[in-house]
Every structure is written in C-alpha cells, then in structure tokens.
Design a protein around this ligand. Structure first.
Ligand code: TPP
Ligand code: MG
Length: 327
C-alpha cells in the first residue's frame, strides 16, 4: 500500500466507503440478475473498485467521465446514487436514464457521468472531445476515459491519445488492465502488455500503478488531474487489476481461459479487505469506524434495492419520448 500522508482520517475512510458501496451494489445487482430482475448484460466491477474510487475522488460534477460496458463502479464513484443505478438496470422510470438505457447506458449529466457504453473504445475519443471543449472554453475541467485493456487495440485508442498529446488536452486516460478481454488473454491480443509504456510513446505522461491499491491510484490521479487543470496536458494511468467474477453475469467465471488458482490468488489482493487491514495496522482507523460504515452501506444498498424494485416501468405511451429532438 502506497503511503499518502496528506489525507485526513475522513478522507481515508471516504475511499473505503466508496469502494464498499460499489462492491455491495454490484453484489446486489448480481443477485438481481440471477432473480430475473435485470434484462440484458450485467458486467460487474467486483475486484476493480479501487480504480474508479481513486480517480473520481479528484473530480467535480463539472468534470466529464466516459465509460465502458463495465461502468456501474464509474457511475457510482462519480456520484450517481445506487438507487438510480439499480432502478436503471431494472428498467424502471426512476433510473438515471429513465429506465430506457440499462447497464450500458448510464447517463447522469448533473454529476458529469456522461455515459457508459457497450461499444468498446469510443469513450477514449469522447473524453478527448471533452478535453478539447474544456481547453477551448478555458474552464479548468477535465475529461476522463475509463476503459479496459481490450480497448487498446481499437483504433480509437490511437486517435484519442495522439490528439490529446499534440494539443495538450486536459484528459485522463484510465486503462483498467485486468489481463483479459472477455475470455481472451491480453498477452494473446498484443505483444506489449505494458500499457503505460505503449501510451508514453505518444509523448504523454504515463504511469502504471497497482490498480488494487486505492492510495496508489489516488496519488497518480491527483498528479494527473492537477497537471491537466494547469494546462500541462493529458496523463495515462494504467491500473493493473483483475475482475474476480465472470466477464458478465450468467457466463462461467473460469471457462478454459483462467484457473481457479489464479482467481484465488487475486482474491487475496482484494482492494477493500487489504485497504481496511492497512488502515487498522497504521492506526488510521479503528474497528468501530468500519462497523459504522459497513452498516450504513448495507442499509443504503437495501433501501436502493427496495426503491428500484418498487418503482414503476416507464409508461408504454411514452415510448417515443426522448427519441426525436423537439427543437
Ligand atoms: C467495438 C467492440 N468490439 C467488440 C465488442 C465485444 N466485447 C464486449 S466486452 C469485450 C471485452 C472488452 O475487454 P476490455 O476492454 O479489456 O474490458 P473488460 O471487460 O476486461 O473490463 C468485447 C470484445 C464490443 N462490445 N465493442
Ligand atoms: Mg480487460
């Protein structure tokens, strides 16, 4: 665990709380998928919570986040309430996209969550566009793209990184390198699996961190965001991490592409358990601090589930609303 002496106790615990909120929400979503409450794909972020948490801790609602198919954690860390995420996956009108989008269309412009997407890659270009806009408006905001290792072999990766570098755009590229794209090993899909090294060839700051260490991510993001806000251009952050559940709910967790031993070894590196142990060991927090947070998060997730489950579906008579521009 990287030491971060600048944080107050509240700030340390806020990182724990955010990771736990994502974990508990995802666990509830996984159960709900099994119960038939969610239609369509549901890719959970279990095991990768430290990355969204460490990055979004530095963002305001004016900063724009663009995300992927595995985006629930990004939306939650950016400030979309769990009940709006759950209701959206349940197709309810109270969801953040009014129940019309589902898991891979989570939008909440009020908090700067500019969308998850089922198409792998475009979020890199969208964040670059947000960075271009911020630079033209000179408003001090940043664009952030979260994407997986698999997106790095998409053309959008080259175009986005190159433009952001030559125009010194305020963009943070966050690559969640979990070593697999669906069930294909990253080492099969590319000859150089070191994403920070690949990104640095575009002429931008690029750093690789332990993506399961929230403090390492937090520090890398602090530097990246302050550099971007100061007009010093983009940064690429590679978080080395692992998803401990299946690629998507309903798919096998192992298949032929990875072993139980590999999954178990990564579970020992769980970002939440290890962070809690670190805070206890360093006497930054005591057991009762965690008990209080655990209970509050549990309650929040249970209430969010009840809210989502009891919310109505959109009125069929409104099916063509929000499709055509009225202006
Ligand atoms: C352009 C495009 N190509 C292929 C797919 C099918 N697909 C969905 S998820 C996925 C794997 C993405 O892997 P990665 O970017 O590493 O993200 P991870 O699932 O590991 O978080 C693929 C290939 C897609 N959705 N979009
Ligand atoms: Mg991946």
């Amino acid at each position: 665990m990287v030491k971060s002496p600048d944080l107050s106790k509240d700030q340390y615990l806020a990182l724990y709380r955010q990771m736990l909120e994502i974990r508990r929400t995802e666990e509830q979503l996984a159960k709900s998928h099994q119960a038939g409450l969610i239609h369509g794909a549901c890719h959970t972020y279990v095991g990768e919570e430290a990355i969204a948490t460490g990055v979004c801790a530095h963002l305001t609602h004016q900063d724009a986040v663009f995300s992927t198919h595995r985006g629930h954690g990004h939306a939650l860390a950016k400030g979309v309430p769990p009940r709006e995420v759950m209701a959206e996956l349940f197709g309810r009108v109270t969801g953040c996209s009014r129940g019309r989008g589902g898991s891979m269309h989570l939008f909440s412009p009020e908090v700067g969550m500019m969308g998850t997407s089922g198409i792998v890659g475009p979020c890199i270009l969208q964040a670059t566009g947000a960075g271009y806009s911020a630079k033209l408006l000179n408003n001090g905001t940043v664009g952030v793209a979260f994407f997986g290792d698999g997106a790095s072999n998409n053309g959008a990766f080259h175009e986005g990184l190159n433009l952001a570098a030559i125009w010194d755009l305020p963009v943070i590229f966050v690559c969640e390198n979990n070593m697999y794209a669906t069930e294909v090993a990253f080492s099969y899909a590319t000859r150089n699996t070191n994403m920070a090294e690949r990104a640095s060839t575009y002429g931008m700051n690029a750093v690789a961190v332990d993506g399961n260490d929230v403090l390492a991510v937090y520090q890398a993001a602090a530097e990246a965001v302050s550099r971007a806000r100061a007009g010093q251009g983009p940064t690429f952050i590679e978080g080395k991490t692992y998803r401990t559940r299946a690629h998507a709910e309903g798919m096998p967790s192992l298949g032929t592409y990875r072993t139980q031993e590999e999954v178990d070894a990564w579970k020992l590196r769980d970002p939440i358990t290890n962070y809690k142990a670190y805070l206890l060991q360093e006497s930054i927090a005591v057991a009762s601090d965690f008990d209080a947070i655990d209970a509050a998060v549990q309650k929040l997730v249970e209430e969010s589930f009840e809210f989502a489950r009891n919310s109505p579906f959109p009125d069929p008579a409104t099916v063509t609303d929000h499709i055509f521009s009225q202006s």
